[in-house]
Design a protein. Structure first.
Length: 114
């Protein structure tokens, strides 16, 4: 299983970015998918969750601003980020979990300038 994130970059506060994660080796329609982020010196945190047959869930810090989705035809996981804040600056990772195993991508840097 391989995951490859893209779409990170530098954006001003209040702006938007869309992240995408291309997954190979696993059909997304049958697994739970997540987006997480990690700031330097801090633990990785999950900010968006999309389980099979359930509505999306979000961390309080991003609720109302971020939207997670999956495209089963393209086998991608997407994260639309709006109204970005400097505190959203982090490396963002996509994650898929299947049969007790968790798979992470290499991450993509998002930097929000004030």
């Amino acid at each position: 299983v391989q995951l490859l994130e893209s779409g990170g970059g530098v954006v001003q506060a209040g702006g938007s970015l869309g992240l995408s994660c291309l997954v190979s080796g696993l059909a997304l329609s049958s697994v739970d998918v997540f987006w997480g982020r990690q700031e330097p010196g801090k633990e990785r945190e999950v900010v968006a969750t999309l389980r099979r047959g359930s509505s999306a869930m979000y961390a309080d810090s991003v609720k109302g601003r971020f939207t997670i989705s999956r495209d089963s035809a393209k086998n991608t996981i997407n994260l639309q980020m709006n109204s970005l804040k400097p505190e959203d600056t982090a490396i963002y990772y996509c994650d898929v979990r299947n049969l007790g195993a968790s798979y992470w991508g290499q991450g993509t840097q998002v930097t929000v300038s004030s």
